[in-house]
Design a protein around this ligand. Sequence first.
Ligand SMILES: Nc1ncnc2c1ncn2[C@@H]1O[C@H](COP(=O)(O)OP(=O)(O)O)[C@@H](O)[C@H]1O
Ligand SMILES: [Mg+2]
Length: 407
Amino acid sequence: MLSIVAELAIAIFMTMNNNGPMKTFDSIQILRPELATSYLALLTAQPGRPIALFAPRRVGKTYFLDGDLSPAAEKAGFLPVYADLWLNRTAPLDAINQALEEALDDVNVPHSVLGRMVKTPVRKVGVLGASLGLGRTPTRRDLPDKPELRMDTLIARLANDAGKPVLLMLDEIQALAHSAGGDAVIASIRAVLQKHKKKVFAVFTGSSQEALGEMMMSAGGPMYQFAQLLTFPFLEIEFLERLAAHFSEVHPRKRLDVVALQRVFEHIGFKPALMKDIVKEMSAEGQTDVRLALEKFMKDDRNVPAWQGVFDALQPLEQAVLVILAHGIAPMGKDTIMALSTIPAVNATLAKVRAALDRMRKAGILCNPPKVGYMIEDRLFRDYLATTYQPNYITNGKIGTLRRIQE
Ligand SMILES: Nc1ncnc2c1ncn2[C@@H]1O[C@H](COP(=O)(O)OP(=O)(O)O)[C@@H](O)[C@H]1O
Ligand SMILES: [Mg+2]
């Protein structure tokens, strides 16, 4: 068996010897152009009706909008415009309008100053020809200040000036479900999209199935029967095959078991960046046992403080509820509430537990898929809690506290 140093030396040699751009695990990229084309076909088949792509956090939605959908849209004659509603959840319409305004600038303002000068007729030339007086730039009516009207005008102008329909991509639209005035924002978006159905097509993404579902299904809500809800697919085995292939390029005598990789990929919730981290770690050590690598990853001192930090920032009741969930116990069961109510620091009631669950759902720690009930969103965080804390109060049925399992 080779030492780690020798493995690394080979690894560095292999990467340096590669022709073209240096290949790394990080540069492995799965493109899905057919998926993009199929979404565009769906959109054009039903003008005025957006599609909403649902998938959990960090599985590749934004990456897809940027790397697959935007180029496919451009090729198909659309003008793609992207806005992140999660980052701007306090002012979502402003975020959309800013994205539209930037796109409008790009369409209208030639990229160099010289270009702009050439486009505008020259009115006067200085005596020595040194000062160029520019003609009046064509003026248009100002954009309305009211955000809803502004969006309406911007979409119309943008489609008109670009001479092509706009593909409006609104990332993490479920941010609107929890924001003040979110319903009114959705109503405006819906009205504008329907008014300009020949000029604008829209794709939404969402990370929270229940928030997205709530938005789409609540009768009377502005999103009701508006967008078509689709499940955004996880990366397939090709991704793992590419990781394994690169591993063997780096370690010519070693192979990764793709089926084992697949199991771990599923276990970590199909998150490609996380999977790359695990395989990079394996590669650095020349390790081929994926389960072992995952176990090690779970104890890694880069992960543990992050998980513990999230946990420590919570209130005692929330912590207790989280540990219960990590152990697969129903948080609102009668016995659970009774046991929790006996803990002095927690002092739970059904209403308090429900409120705690809801707070943690809004914070993105929990999810609440239909028919499944509350779950810890991050599988690895759940595993960490389950192996670190024991809900003694439940197991004894007596007064207890949250106790760390001794290592
Ligand atoms: N198709 C892909 N190929 C390679 N890596 C990907 C791919 N999709 C996602 N990733 C990796 O996963 C990370 C998270 O993806 P992202 O699109 O931000 O997730 P989401 O928007 O669903 O939360 C990216 O930064 C990238 O490193
Ligand atoms: Mg994203």
